[in-house]
Ligand binder design. Structure first.
Ligand SMILES: [Zn+2]
Length: 483
C-alpha cells in the first residue's frame, strides 16, 4: 500500500497570514483532499521574541475564513501533536543529543566576531561562504567542558558530496556540499534552529510531501543531509513559484502581500479568493478560470504547476469577485453588504426607510466588484447627495437648457400618482425624447437623483426611489442651477 498523503504548512506567527502563505496552504490542502490525505497546520513559534499569539490567531482566522480547514492543528489536535514547535522542545533535544553523541553534530565554539571575520576573508578571496569548522572533530566530552563560552551546534557536513533530489515541479536539482559547510542546527541543546526543527517535525508527523515556496529550495540540501544522518525517509518535494506583481517584481506590501483578513475586510468573498489563489501558478489545462472548490479538489495536480513566477493581478481578482457576487442570492448578498452599509449610512436611515434594501442591492448586483463599494454606490437612496452644479451639465447645455430639461422630467414624474414601474416611466420619457439626444433629458435627471457621474439608469432608480423624494431632488437641482 502506498503511504498516505500527509502534507503541512508551518507558518511563523511573526506577522499576519499573507497571500504567499495562504497560497501554499491552499495547494497543500488541495493536494491532500485530492488523495484523501491530511492537511496539517503546524506553528513555528520557536522564535519566542518575534512570535505573537495575535498573529497565530490571524493565521487560524484567515485559513478558516478561506475554508482551508486543517485536519490536524494546534486548535484541532491530532495523533502527532503537539502542533506548536514551542511545545516540542523535548523532542528536538532528544534528536540533537543523538546527533551529538553519534558525532554527526558538534559544538562550534567560534565567537560571532570570529565568524564574521572569516566571512569577510572568504568574501575578499571570492570563496564560497561556507564555514568548515575546526571544532568539528573535537570529542563531545571535551567540547562540553567549554560550553561557558559562546557556541552553536552545527551539523558535520560531508566534504565533496553531491546532494540530489527530484522536485515534482522542477525535476532533478543538485547541490554541492562544498558550498554548504558545517551549518548551524541549534543555538543550544534546547534552542533548535529552523532547518533542524523542520526535519524533525516532518519526520515525526509522517509528512509524505513537502509543498512550499521556491525560497526554500536552498534549505532542502541541508534538510536532506540531516535526514540521512537521522535515518529518516525522504518526503516528496514540490517548490512553488514565486508570486509576482503585474510588473514581474516581487509582490510588495501594497499589491497583495497584505494579510488575508485585509481582503476579507475589503469585501472579497472567500470563495473568490480561494479560486483566485488556486490559479497563482496552477491552471486546469484549459481556458476555465472560475472553478468551484469541488472542481479544484478533483482537478488539482502538482505536475501542472508552472516553474516561472505567478502573476498577482488585482484586476483579475476584482473581476472574479464580481463573478462570485453575481452567484449569490440577493438575500445572501444583502446580509453580506449590511456591515459595509452600516459603516456609512446611519442605522435609522438604513432600517427605517420604506426603501427595500433587497431591491437596492439587486440593482447593484450586476456591477458590484467588492462588497466594500456598496455603501458609496447606494448612499444616494438614503440621503440627498452632495454634488457640484457643473455635474448637471450634459455636453454644452446652458443653464436655461438644464432648467428646462429638469422641468420636463418633473412633469413626467408628476404624472405618476403613486407606484412607478421602470417600463412605464421609460416609455413616457422616450416619448418625450423622441429622436433627440437622450442625454439632454436623462443626464441632468440622473445627476439630480444620484449626484453621481455613473449609476444605474434613472428609470431603474425611479422604480425604487419614492416619487416625492425624486421630485424634491429635482427641485434642489433646479435651485442649484439658478443660484
Ligand atoms: Zn566553528
Amino acid at each position: 500500500m502506498e503511504k498516505p498523503v500527509r502534507v503541512r504548512i508551518a507558518p511563523s506567527p511573526t506577522g499576519p497570514l499573507h497571500i504567499g502563505t495562504a497560497r501554499t496552504a491552499l495547494f497543500n490542502y488541495l493536494f491532500a483532499k485530492k488523495f484523501g490525505g491530511h492537511f496539517i497546520l503546524r506553528i513555528e513559534d520557536t522564535d519566542l521574541e518575534r512570535s505573537d499569539k495575535k498573529y497565530e490567531k490571524d493565521i487560524f482566522d484567515g485559513l478558516a475564513w478561506l475554508g482551508i480547514d486543517a485536519d490536524e492543528s494546534p486548535e484541532k489536535g491530532g495523533k502527532y501533536g503537539p502542533y506548536r514547535q514551542s511545545e516540542r522542545i523535548g523532542t528536538y533535544k532528544k534528536y540533537l543529543g543523538k546527533l551529538l553523541a553519534d558525532g554527526a553534530a558538534f559544538y562550534c565554539l567560534h565567537s560571532e566576531q570570529e565568524l564574521s571575520a572569516e566571512k569577510e576573508t572568504l568574501m575578499a578571496e571570492k570563496k564560497p561562504l561556507a564555514h568548515w569548522c575546526e571544532f568539528r572533530d573535537v570529542p563531545l566530552a571535551d567540547a562540553e567542558t567549554k560550553l561557558g563560552q559562546s557556541h552553536v551546534i552545527r551539523f558535520k557536513t560531508p566534504h565533496n558530496q553531491k546532494i540530489v533530489f527530484k522536485d515534482i515541479i522542477r525535476g532533478e536539482l543538485s547541490f554541492d556540499s562544498e558550498l554548504i559547510g558545517d551549518f548551524s542546527i541549534a543555538k543550544d541543546i534546547d534552542v533548535p534552529l529552523y532547518n533542524f526543527a523542520v526535519v524533525i517535525d516532518d519526520a515525526e508527523m509522517k509528512i509524505s510531501h513537502v509543498i512550499r515556496g521556491e525560497e526554500h529550495i536552498s534549505n532542502t540540501p541541508k534538510q536532506l543531509l540531516l535526514m540521512v544522518a537521522l535515518g529518516f525517509e525522504k518526503p516528496g518535494y514540490a517548490h512553488l513559484p514565486l508570486i509576482l506583481g503585474t510588473d514581474r517584481s516581487k509582490l510588495s506590501k501594497r499589491r497583495g502581500a497584505t494579510s488575508v483578513i485585509d481582503y476579507k475586510n475589503e469585501g472579497y468573498l472567500p470563495e473568490a479568493l480561494f479560486n483566485f489563489m488556486a490559479l497563482l501558478g496552477w491552471n486546469p489545462g484549459d481556458e476555465r478560470e472560475i472553478l468551484s472548490k469541488e472542481e479544484l479538489k478533483n482537478e488539482f495536480s502538482l505536475e501542472k504547476i508552472q516553474k516561472s513566477g505567478a502573476i498577482f493581478d488585482i484586476t483579475k481578482l476584482d473581476w472574479m469577485n464580481g463573478e462570485y457576487i453575481r452567484k449569490k442570492s440577493t438575500e445572501d448578498l444583502v446580509a453580506l453588504c449590511l456591515p459595509y452599509l452600516e459603516k456609512i449610512i446611519a442605522p435609522e436611515l438604513l432600517h427605517a426607510t420604506s426603501y427595500k434594501l433587497q431591491t437596492i442591492i439587486a440593482l447593484e448586483q450586476p456591477r458590484l466588484k467588492k462588497l466594500s463599494e456598496i455603501g458609496e454606490r447606494v448612499e444616494y437612496f438614503f440621503k440627498q447627495p452632495e454634488y457640484d452644479k457643473e455635474l448637471l451639465r450634459w455636453k454644452k447645455m446652458s443653464d436655461t437648457d438644464i432648467s428646462a430639461s429638469l422641468e420636463k422630467s418633473e412633469k413626467i414624474i408628476t404624472q405618476f400618482k403613486s407606484t412607478i414601474t421602470k417600463t412605464e416611466i421609460e416609455k413616457e420619457f422616450l416619448k418625450e425624447i423622441g429622436d433627440g439626444d437622450k442625454g439632454i433629458i436623462l443626464w441632468p435627471l440622473r445627476v439630480a437623483l444620484t449626484g453621481k457621474k455613473a449609476s444605474p439608469s434613472p428609470f431603474e432608480i425611479l422604480e425604487i426611489m419614492e416619487r416625492d423624494v425624486a421630485l424634491e431632488r429635482i427641485a434642489i437641482a433646479k435651485k442649484k442651477i439658478v443660484a
